[in-house]
Write a protein that binds this ligand. Sequence first.
Ligand SMILES: Cc1cc2nc3c(=O)[nH]c(=O)nc-3n(C[C@H](O)[C@H](O)[C@H](O)COP(=O)(O)O)c2cc1C
Length: 427
Amino acid sequence: MNSAANAHLINSESYVQKPFTLPNGIVIKNRLLKSAMSEALGTIDNVPTMKLATLYRRWAKGGVGLCVTGNVMIDARAIGEPGNVVLENDKHMSKLKLWAKAGTCNNTQLWMQINHPGKQVPKGLNKNSVAPSAIGFGPALTKFFEIPRELTENEILDIITRFATTASLAKEAGFTGVQIHGAHGYLVSQFLSPNHNQRTDQWGGSLENRMRFVREVYRSIREKVGEDFPIGIKLNSADFQKGGFTEEESIEVIKTLTDDGMALIEISGGTYESPVMALGSNIKESTYTREAYFLKFADTIRQETTASGLKIPLAVTGGFRTTTGMADALAHDNLDMVGIARPLAVDPDYPHKVLSGQAKTNPIRAISTGIKFVDDAALMEVAWYTRQLHRMGVGKNPKPNEGAISSLVKTLLTSGYKTFRTRRLRA
Ligand SMILES: Cc1cc2nc3c(=O)[nH]c(=O)nc-3n(C[C@H](O)[C@H](O)[C@H](O)COP(=O)(O)O)c2cc1C
């Protein structure tokens, strides 16, 4: 470590306080990125509610530099969960504007994460699900997800246009950027994976063909929003599945997308089949060597790209819990932005605490029901955190000590009912 890097031991927060300038010149006031957390705060017919403005104002006031919203769906026929916001036209522009205004207060960058779930939707929620190929998930998940229908080429082109429409509506509403959801097994990630994409046309096969979809999504958004509007992407380091998207392929995609003009690449990893992105609070610290799970991958990217003179604007998300861990990664130039999700669900003021050197302890604890197979399912933890977002959406404080079992029961009852109502609405 050089002497500058050593300094973080004395003043870690100074690394996090430093502004970051995106390739297009836009300045983010500090190095903290609030990573996407699906809020499920849309109405039953997927319209944004004022709870979103309340929640995002709270986060903006908490000091984060760049706040990425939970995934917003680009097509009402393809939602990922009840209560997702869908953005296809300007019908609810006034509500979106209020959301954007609240979330950009305190000089906060607010990017809308935009998504198509492909086949990763709970059974029965949409009329049918679509994917690059008509291949279902493995045996562990067939109970929960339908076997999808293969997309036609015209449908692929339509989805690409829809991403661009949603992005330009986000811009019109006052969001300061968009992030394509290319991680965690949703449609973009399905196209990239040789397991899930077995097409024999120009959209499948070689890596060049499998990445055509995400490149076209980027190109069509760029055409609509102009040169200055930041477009980022959240991407998997790998799928962690045999025959899936590998780290080597991910690096190739990252290089290509940066060359194309992507403003910020956020690294995450895993899918519902192998949910490594949600690990952390329930695994032993010794199972990963450094604080954040994908730092080693970020190291490799830096090594492979710096030599060729390509500077990748990089964020890494998953597991950051201490100011020294964050400063260490920044000091080593592993990344440009530190992504954090769950700490912000239990403490919206966490960024202020990190930036002022007051964040001394890990803000999150293991969420456990005491029932192993329930705890092992990442969805239980997600449900617990979603409840904290809902509390903030109505102006309350999160409840970090809320019991896991009671939270799970309440969530199952509410989301089961909401799924039923959504299904009836769409029948
Ligand atoms: C309640 C909840 C909802 C999430 N929703 C999304 C989402 O909509 N889009 C996304 O890319 N990641 C989503 N994630 C994953 C987080 O962005 C993040 O990658 C993961 O929690 C690891 O970061 P952490 O260790 O800082 O929490 C969600 C996580 C949680 C806990």
